[in-house]
Write a protein that binds this ligand. Sequence first.
Ligand SMILES: [Zn+2]
Length: 240
Amino acid sequence: MHFAWEQLTGNVYRCRLPFCDVTIGLVRGRSGALLVDTGTTLIEAAAIDADVRQLAGCPITHIVLTHKHFDHILGSSMFTGAEIYCAPEVAEYMSSATDQIRDDALHYGADAAEIDRAIAALRPPLHGLYDAVINLGDRSVTIAYLGRGHTTSDLVVIAPGAAGDVGRAVVFTGDLVEESADPAIDADSDVAAWPATLDRLLAIGGPDAIYVPGHGKTVDAEFIRRQRDRLKARAGFESG
Ligand SMILES: [Zn+2]
């Protein structure tokens, strides 16, 4: 194993990559393996690929990109056999905004040659989507768009608890929730809309789900309520 994977339920794992502390997720099913986000470089992605083959016993068949930021998308081209799901805006951004993606990655300290290699290999999906159910054989995974927040087009991934599993649902939130730092806010964020998006996230995951932030430790519903309240206070401060 190249990375330390944390088993969340019987068939659901996650791993915090050393660079940017970005979380990637893995849902293993009888007929495939779904990866949530892909890290920053092809070197990272090759290590993820090797780890998943060992953990899941098969290559990655599906990828969900939660949003457009470099640390979530740039590893995606390594997985040539996988079908990639992302919001339409993310598909568009991956083909039209590679200069911006590169600038952001270098700003966060990524290696320029590695970023150029990842961008040259990038194969943006032709079509994006906001909602989907992906069948992995003995289990399904749901992708949902719950509204604006960290960006205009964040997707979340819900892996319901399966029979014989520990029974808890796992919700991958992307950067709509962060634990290891305050939620990252930039020009694409919508702080006013974000709290309601988190309310929908809590409604879809329920009180007992394991919530997996884009960065940091797994959290519970109470943590998300507190983050929602802080964002609400900030939105009120900005509009007042
Ligand atoms: Zn982000």
